[in-house]
Design a protein around this ligand. Structure first.
Ligand SMILES: NC(=O)c1ccc[n+]([C@@H]2O[C@H](COP(=O)([O-])OP(=O)(O)OC[C@H]3O[C@@H](n4cnc5c(N)ncnc54)[C@H](O)[C@@H]3O)[C@@H](O)[C@H]2O)c1
Length: 476
């Protein structure tokens, strides 16, 4: 082993949480190293974590490609546009996605260089005394000592014992981003975010998609009315979502993957060409901690931290998917910045109450804050105002009049407690709710802000006005 190298901050993990921590620490004048083990499709080190390599960014590339394809047969006609032939070249689509991934993973490496962050490519393990050993890809080991160490190891797909990933027939999100042809049939276990997004991609391209969801409720975390509209629209698109359905066995045979499931009434079998398993993710903490570090894991393998991501061990912090809270890249971003600022003696903070959730289906689904169901359960009196995109000129002109915006405000103070959206571009519109809540805004504040006409944001404006039954463009 070479001589120990000394840093102010050593970050293990170059994903969303880790690279934010590293860049912010370097900006604040701290000598920073970042350790990451991941390799890209080309076998070269690739920074950016699950999000950039096999998550958020590549899935959005495929969602956009498949949306263009779907629009050709389902939307273009309404605009008077016709064409002779409709084809999808999957290799070109995947190649475009890979190019975008390469651009962004390379972008993180360039940012590290610009910020004078030292990258180490290999598997990092925390040893007692804030030492990190890195087993590099060439087989050598280096030892780093950090005055502070930030653990940002991310998460891995959960594997079901009866549906083991083989990378070909039974896949996780990584495999489903790289099919070489549109499968005729695709089974999906889990109607969560990944199942709906990647199920939508292949459904739009022509696969017959069946989603097996164990829970009886669809999108249980979302607003009930949003989930109802989503279920109706996905059904119209041809997604066959089977709720309350438990898969108990899978077997790969010559004719495809045989899936045995029970829908609460009887055992049944379906044969699918490919099977995507997306039943959640778990913290990637295996092998991360040597004996005696003092860092504790909870029963689910997550690193235990306090409200400010400190592990309780002097100078050791943990952020992102490997700690409590939603497994969202942008939650990791904020924790990375928080921890770097705390290390530098600044008042770092994350407001967990205003983290937006987005599902990039068609229509898009987004929310921030509490649902009506949560407010009722907590006994909080609230007022609700909603407004449909069908009454928004811009949405109708775009041929996307589906969905609505709902604003929930405290019955007494009028403070916004939640915003729930389904419809066109709501992944962007939800930030009106995020910003309002962050500044303790009221529904009246939002109602009195001038919104451009014609724009989709008018749905937010009218929904805020509807809270006090004064929406202009609908009968209250
Ligand atoms: N747009 C986004 O923000 C985005 C996109 C992709 C992934 N992610 C994150 O990645 C993580 C993983 O996503 P995911 O979709 O795998 O998990 P998820 O938690 O969103 O959904 C998993 C679903 O699988 C179901 N399930 C669990 N076990 C099952 C079983 N045995 N049979 C049938 N159904 C079963 C669950 O009830 C749940 O509905 C999530 O935390 C998600 O937030 C976020």
């Amino acid at each position: 082993m070479s001589e120990q190298q000394q840093f102010d901050v050593v970050v293990i993990g170059g994903g969303p949480a880790g690279y934010h921590a590293a860049i912010r620490a370097a900006q604040l004048g701290l000598k920073t190293a970042c350790v990451d083990a991941a390799l890209g499709k080309d076998g070269q080190p690739a920074l950016g974590g699950t999000c950039l390599r096999v998550g958020c960014i590549p899935s959005k590339a495929l969602l956009d490609s498949s949306r263009q394809f779907w629009n050709m047969s389902h939307i273009f006609g309404e605009h008077g546009i016709s064409f002779a032939d409709q084809k999808i070249d999957v290799a070109t689509m995947i190649g475009r996605k890979d190019k975008i991934v390469k651009q962004f993973t390379g972008g993180i490496a360039a940012l590290f260089k610009a910020n004078k962050i030292t990258p180490f490519y290999g598997f990092g393990q925390l040893q007692p005394g804030n030492i990190v050993t890195v087993k590099q890809h060439d087989g050598s080991t280096v030892e780093l000592k950090g005055t502070n160490v930030v653990l940002a190891a991310g998460s891995d797909s959960i594997e079901l014992p009866f549906a083991k990933f083989d990378g070909k027939n039974i896949v996780d999100n990584v495999g489903a981003l790289d099919f070489t042809a549109v499968p005729k049939t695709l089974g999906v276990i889990g109607a969560g975010v990944i199942g709906l997004e990647l199920g939508s991609v292949w459904n739009r391209l022509g696969a017959k998609v069946t989603v097996f969801e164990a829970l009886p409720d669809f999108l249980a975390a979302a607003d009930k009315e949003v989930a109802k509209v989503a279920a109706r629209e996905f059904k119209k698109q041809g997604l066959d979502i089977r709720l309350g359905t438990k898969v108990s066995k899978t077997e790969v045979k010559a004719d495809g993957v045989h899936v045995t499931f029970n829908d609460g009434k009887s055992d049944q079998e379906m044969v699918v060409e490919k099977l995507l398993v997306c039943v959640g993710r778990r913290a990637a903490t295996k092998g991360l901690l040597a004996d005696g570090t003092g860092v504790k894991l909870d029963a689910r393998g997550m690193i235990e931290v306090d409200d400010h991501c400190h592990t309780g061990v002097d100078g050791v912090w943990a952020i992102g998917d490997c700690v409590r809270g939603p497994m969202l890249a942008h939650k990791g971003f904020e924790e990375g910045i928080e921890v770097a600022e705390l290390i530098a003696g600044l008042p770092g903070h994350v407001n967990y109450d205003t983290i937006p959730n987005v599902i990039y289906t068609e229509p898009e689904i987004a929310w921030v804050g509490k649902t009506e169901e949560q407010l009722k359960a907590e006994g909080i009196a609230y007022k609700a105002g909603s407004f449909p995109f069908a009454a928004v000129g811009r949405a109708v002109a775009m041929a996307e009049p589906i969905g609505f915006v709902k604003v929930l405000a405290d019955a007494e103070t009028d403070r916004i407690l939640g915003m729930h959206l389904i419809g066109p571009n709501v992944s962007e519109l939800v930030h009106e709710g995020v910003i309002s809540m962050e500044f303790n805004g009221s529904a009246d504040d939002l109602a009195r802000i001038c919104h451009a006409h014609p724009s989709l944001s008018e749905a937010v404006h009218d929904a805020a006005m509807a809270v006090d039954k004064r929406a202009i463009h609908k009968a209250n």
